[in-house]
Design a protein around this ligand. Structure first.
Ligand code: CAA
Length: 304
């Protein structure tokens, strides 16, 4: 299938990544079916997409009419069979849990039309493994968007072992059609984005744990010294500390090098429920509506 044959896209999952992916497809003229198991999650996602499109309207990069048309192209579904029945492409953006994803792909393989491409937005789970539970491993591919999806230009396109060259080429061109810049990587743990990003975040946490410097100092050094938009600790909070831990475990177990072992401090924070922005506290404490960066009281006093 060529990318021009793709007009109907189904996105599985309506969380931060799922609703961002729906946003960019709808904005680019695709008919989008957004699927989640709960209607209230879908309603919240539609409100988030509308709010994020409002930012573009305020900036003048989208008209009110274009926003209304894009929102009108998105339908919401709690039934998977209904959601995928007309899809030429499904992008799965469910929780980063291997059993959950394998189960979703088994169902998608049963329910989606025969020629439909099945993509996963996984940040680290093997595309080859996901493809192996389907009867169409040649049509299974990674389409890894970055958060916030409407802003970040990259799509990391990941080839599973059996992904066909035609499917890679289709997804590459489709990503360009979304206004993104695709980069192809092969299926090794963490692909490229997270194989490089997570060791940096982990090293920042180990440096904090060892008392080399405080939260503000570590983040400021990387922001002002390396021109990163967020320091590694703030970025870890933004990604979610549970997600960071799970990606590091994939790297550690999959590559088998002790250099990927997650920092004990990260493990403890996840166990204690300090997950970053989504739980209200990680390395920083978050107050809804406030953009001020306040270091968590756990780290505001020097303990070393
Ligand atoms: N939807 C639409 N637009 C959005 C948005 C969203 N969800 N979030 C932010 N924006 C827009 C804002 O409207 C604003 O636009 P203008 O500059 O044109 O006015 C712009 O993005 C910047 O936003 P803010 O002014 O609110 O805040 P900021 O300047 O601090 O930028 C940020 C926020 C874009 C998130 C920036 O801090 C950043 O780039 N951070 C790093 C993000 C990053 O590294 N992402 C990758 C994470 S890793 C990942 O996703 C993959 C994985 O597998 C773990």
């Amino acid at each position: 299938m060529t990318q021009s044959a793709i007009t109907n896209v189904t996105v599985i999952g309506s969380g931060t990544m799922g609703n961002g992916i729906c946003h960019v497809f709808a904005q680019s003229g695709f008919t989008v079916s957004m699927m989640d198991i709960k209607q209230d999650a879908l309603d919240r996602a539609m409100a988030t997409i509308a709010k994020n499109m409002d930012r573009q309207v305020t900036k003048g990069t989208m008209t009110e009419d274009a926003k209304a048309a894009a929102l009108g192209r998105i339908s919401t579904h709690t039934d998977m069979a209904e959601a995928v029945k007309n899809a030429q492409l499904v992008v799965e953006a469910a929780t980063e849990n291997v059993d959950l994803k394998l189960n979703i792909f088994r169902q998608l393989d049963e329910l989606a039309p025969a020629g439909c491409i099945l993509a996963s937005n996984t940040s680290s789970i093997s595309i080859t493994k996901i493809g192996s539970v389907t009867k169409r491993a040649d049509k299974v591919i990674g389409m890894h968007f970055m958060n916030p999806v409407p802003v970040m230009k990259l799509v990391e396109v990941i080839n599973g072992y059996a992904t066909s060259a035609d499917v890679t080429s289709t997804i590459y061109k489709l990503s360009e059609q979304l206004g993104k810049v695709p980069c192809v990587a092969n299926d090794y743990p963490g692909f490229i984005a997270n194989r490089l990003l997570l060791p940096m975040i982990n090293e920042a946490i180990i440096s904090l744990q060892e008392g080399v410097a405080g939260v503000t100092e570590i983040d400021t050094i990387m922001k002002l010294g390396m021109a990163h938009p967020m320091g590694p600790l703030q970025l870890a909070d933004f990604i979610g500390l549970d997600v960071c831990l799970s990606i590091l475990n994939v790297l550690h177990n999959g590559i088998g090098n002790p250099k990927y072992a997650p920092a004990t401090l990260l493990v403890n924070m996840v166990q204690a429920g300090y997950l970053g922005v989504k739980s209200g506290e990680g390395f920083y404490k978050y107050t809804p509506g406030s953009k001020e960066l306040v270091v968590s009281s756990m780290f505001s006093v020097k303990k070393w």
